[in-house]
Design a protein around this ligand. Sequence first.
Ligand code: AMP
Ligand code: ZN
Length: 461
Amino acid sequence: MAPMLRLYNTLSGAKEAFAPIDPAHVRMYACGPTVYDAAHIGNARPIIVFDLLFRLLRHLYGPGHVTYARNVTDVDDKINARAAERGITIRELTDGTLAQFHRDIGDLGVLGPEDVNAPGAPPRFIEPRATDHIAEMRTMIDALVAGGHAYVAEGHVLFDVPAMPEYGRLSKRPLDEMEAGARVEVAPYKRSPLDFVLWKPSKPGEPSWPSPAGIAEPGRPGWHIECSAMSAKHLGKTFDIHAGGIDLIFPHHENEVAQSRCCFGTPVMANVWLHNGFLQVEGEKMSKSLGNFITIRDVLNDWPGEVVRLTMLRTHYRQPIDWTLRGLEESSRVLDRWYNAAGDALAAETAPGTVVEALCDDLNTPAAINALHGLTEDAAALRAGAHLFGLLARTRSAREHDQVAASGVDVPAVEALIAQRKAARAAKDWPASDRARDALAAMGVSVKDNKDGTSTWTVAR
Ligand code: AMP
Ligand code: ZN
């Protein structure tokens, strides 16, 4: 029998046994990127963590039995401003940044539609874009107004928060406290400072769509409604898992819950809510003003995607993570060790139980990595366990080949130096042998002499 998956649920505040609503179809949603610029290394954390969860669920329930929707926010103030600045449409801007995002996360070993969806079968990986779901958002907003959960004021549609008694249940904030906190500069059209925007008028030059709720002027959606509309369309009115960064609990997820539950009259939006901790860089909050803002591409320019992925997963997803050079170096050494141990062996057919069990304990990646360390004597099992992590995708030989290609070393020059060194050693000319070795080291090449008299070489990283 498969081990039981347990997940820490923000909604209940406890680690719980996971039981999908439909045992034959697990449905999960993660709030994806706002694609106005290159994604930073903090944005990569939820993407990698929930990719690992998706892989684990596919392992436990079967690949055809798990649907993952990760949305793309392709309209918001920053996107509108950036597109206007460049004199292009928001679609042109977001197509470009989304393509870059796909290249970035593809290099981090994150599964995408092309890895998951089979022709003729229902899609299991969905990447819905907000601007493709405006009609669905309008329908929900109309239903919320009709049901007395939202009201129209000055071209806006606002969600009536005090009318929902359970508002605050996810973020565990009492209504009166929130109200006190929200009372600064309240927009005049709001009945309560807590009410949030479902729809708003577009300023001149901003993208706009026909409005809901009988509003004559065109407008655009607020942020939160997109996830309610897209999750309902692709996963259903109630689904299993909703995930995102810890910063999204309030207000974004709290508001998603309010919209979906009031629109559909359901007791929950999703049963399990998962939130990853934040990433900081070398002990400091990452920010443009501190000059420590790192894009995913910056890191990938210096490190292979596998090293970045492993570094992200060495910390448990709910803990804060400190992104450091030392951490990357350590991951690089771990991967060298694992690749050496796995060699060119094929993966075993099933992932090792120790690794699966550790992951089933609320994605305990540090314990699962320890379990992998224990498998270095069993190449096939190590490879199968690492595959579940999205690691060790290549054979050792293929990796070495890639490393040589990526390093840009002059292969004929290396071979010539190795031949010189070999001749010098045969002639017992140790100074000449050392010179050849130093020249190789300067190129980042290290030489290993094999027992059979041949030598092999590798480049750093
Ligand atoms: P944003 O582009 O700011 O909407 O963020 C997209 C996703 O990245 C959300 O799930 C955020 O919670 C997450 N995120 C943003 N910054 C960080 C960070 N420094 N550490 C971890 N997750 C982050
Ligand atoms: Zn969302």
